[in-house]
Design a protein around this ligand. Structure first.
Ligand code: PLP
Length: 394
């Protein structure tokens, strides 16, 4: 079926990778409470445990059942991982030393918890990326000290698409301070590049279903050693006492089925994402003058482009393209519409003007040539009109 709109905002939310978010009509019929003893409940329990196995297989998580804790999404997973080491901390506070090391380009779901934790006297250091967009191992290591309890770094950035070498960083950090709890926000990486939890050498990984094609409102926190984890959401004994509250059964089923599909079809999926991004970039480059692709020298997600159009404001371009049937964003969905341009791009060292002229395009694996052609025509129309009207005003 030909879609009337072209969707280039997969990093905001992927949309269903499988029809109906991987839920079969029969799943939508009655399911009991997965914590009940009767058969209706146990049917739901079995579906949850199947999903846990599928998520485990996709990211090679540890085998113990409680290493995957289902959550309401990555915001909760990140909050849980960051607050956990301090929930039952008994050691005295040393207010002058930073106990958390993270980066300036993390998502608000990391930066906001850090601000809150800081109010309890536990300070943090945020490492800035290098001018080319990469995080330098040396800068991270020099921020880590004896007093560091937590390091939290993302695997792939939601706006630039830059992928960090977390494996190398985590091993070097642990060699310097073996007591560090290493958390990684893997939201934009899982489902787009191969992610192997066990070889990353980390203690916790946050994942989010809607970023790789499952239903919104479900995610997981993956733990190397669940005994290290103090739960943030207290209540019933669900999720092996690591996250209270009745499970989002349909969300979890969707997460599991999508993970299973991706595991089986990963290479094709990856190739399709990369092909779509490359083709879109080539056609934009050949049809539109005065544009610049950012972060091209870095290891990047296969589906993400950061593009600056000279003389065109990103927020206006998002609206103009929307009216022409193309969905893009001026940064992360959380920071879109900010008049100074994306805070993340500013943290990468972009000037205010550059940040305001930069958009993020992120493709799905089913992007067709016809859609690319229609999107590029829409870009041509919008960019041409906006540059013309800027000339008239000047
Ligand atoms: N971390 C990153 C890198 C993200 O891109 C997002 C979503 O935009 C989140 C965390 C939050 O994920 P969720 O929507 O599942 O809470």
């Amino acid at each position: 079926m030909k879609k009337s709109r072209v969707y280039l905002d997969a990093n905001a939310t992927y949309g269903g990778l499988l029809p109906n978010y991987g839920l079969l009509p029969s799943d939508l019929e009655f399911l009991g409470n997965p914590n009940s003893q009767h058969q209706d409940g146990q049917r739901a329990r079995a579906l949850i445990e199947d999903a846990r196995e599928s998520v485990r297989a996709l990211i090679n998580a540890p085998h113990s059942r409680s290493s995957i804790v289902f959550t309401s999404g990555a915001t909760e997973s990140n909050n849980g991982a960051l607050f956990s080491p301090f929930l039952e901390a008994s050691e005295p506070l040393v207010p002058s030393s930073a106990v958390i090391v993270s980066s300036t380009v993390e998502h608000p779901a990391v930066l906001e918890p850090l601000k809150k934790i800081q109010k309890s006297g536990r300070d943090h250091t945020l490492v800035a990326p290098e001018p080319n967009g990469e995080l330098s191992l040396e800068s991270i290591l020099s921020a880590v000290s004896e007093s560091t309890r937590v390091v939290s770094l993302m695997l792939a950035n939601n706006e630039s698409g830059v992928v960090s070498n977390i494996r190398q960083i985590s091993h070097a950090v642990k060699a310097k301070n073996p007591h560090v709890f290493f958390h990684c926000d893997g939201v934009q990486a899982v489902g787009k590049i191969p992610v192997d939890f066990q070889s990353l050498g980390i203690d916790a990984l946050s994942i989010s279903g809607h970023k790789f094609g499952a239903a919104p409102g479900v995610g997981a926190l993956v733990l190397r050693e669940e005994s290290d984890f103090h739960p943030l959401v207290l209540g019933g004994s669900q999720e092996h006492r690591l996250r209270g509250g009745t499970e989002n059964v349909l969300g979890i089923i969707s997460l599991g089925r999508t993970a299973s599909f991706l595991e089986k079809n990963f290479n094709e999926h990856f190739d399709a994402l990369e092909r779509g991004r490359k083709k879109l970039a080539e056609q934009l480059q050949s049809e539109i003058p005065a544009l610049r692709f950012n972060f091209s020298g870095c290891q990047r997600l296969p589906n993400t482009l950061s593009v600056s159009f000279e003389g065109v404001y990103a927020n206006d371009l998002v609206v103009a393209l929307d009216l022409l049937g193309v969905s893009i964003s001026a940064g992360s969905a959380c920071s879109s519409g900010k008049p100074l341009g994306s805070a993340v791009l500013r943290a990468y060292g972009f000037s205010e003007e550059q940040a305001r002229q930069t958009v993020r395009l992120s493709v799905r694996s089913d992007l067709t040539d016809d859609e690319i052609e229609r999107a590029v025509k829409a870009f041509q129309t919008a960019v041409f009109r906006m540059r013309e009207s800027a000339k008239r005003v000047a």
